[in-house]
Ligand binder design. Structure first.
Ligand code: ZN
Length: 208
């Protein structure tokens, strides 16, 4: 568990508003990038194989990007190193608030394995999981979660709250973070920068 994940206290000034907008995930990820500034923890040692899996998760994120979805991607890998499933954020196109990359990949892996439990499998995702996704991953009994960029607004592995290290959970899933974080952060930053430019252009047609 890295220092980031073991930080159980939410950071100051990050209290959740009573009424959050529909695009919380978007705001959250954007703010995460702004706050992290790309200076992310790198105290874990990752293998080249693990980098390859995170790069596959990034390829998934790029598919979301191309569809106008917040670019988050995930892959699930078995104990032999085979990629079992992959997914990308598709909440808008699916009209589904649960269609985060991790949930999409989990559903596909469970379908392929014919089991709602996925012991021994590992999930690689480009952004820190939210509480919904972490809850689903704990239910699935995943062996480990590796995420790239932190999310201080909805992250559940220490970014906002730390559900992952609660020792009262009946299943403990390992968490590591920071793998290819700069690249994943840059993709998110670029996405939101373009969105802002598009929104500005739409608000002021004369500037197009
Ligand atoms: Zn999520």
């Amino acid at each position: 568990m890295c220092g980031f994940c073991s930080d159980k206290k939410p950071r100051e000034g990050q209290a959740q508003p009573e009424h959050r907008r529909q695009d919380d995930r978007i705001d959250s990820a954007e703010d995460a990038q702004a706050e992290s500034g790309g200076a992310l923890m790198a105290d874990h040692v990752f293998t080249e194989e693990e980098r390859g899996w995170m790069r596959q998760a990034m390829a998934q994120a790029r598919q979301a990007y191309a569809l106008g979805e917040v670019p988050v991607g995930a892959v699930i890998v078995d104990a032999q190193g085979n990629v079992v499933s992959a997914g990308y954020n598709r909440t808008i196109i699916d009209h589904d608030p649960t269609a985060h990359a991790e949930i999409v990949a989990l559903r596909e892996a469970a379908r392929l394995m014919g089991n709602y439990r996925l012991p021994g499998l590992r999930l690689f995702v480009t952004l820190e999981p939210c509480a919904m996704c972490l809850g689903a991953m704990l239910h699935a009994r995943l062996r480990e979660i590796v995420f790239a960029a932190p999310d201080p607004k909805t992250g559940s592995c220490g970014g906002l709250i730390d559900l992952s290290s609660n020792t009262r959970l009946n299943h403990q899933t390992g968490i590591r973070s920071g793998l290819l974080a700069d690249e994943c952060s840059e993709m998110l930053r670029r996405f939101f920068r373009e969105r802002r430019q598009q929104a500005k252009g739409a608000a002021d047609p004369a500037e197009r």
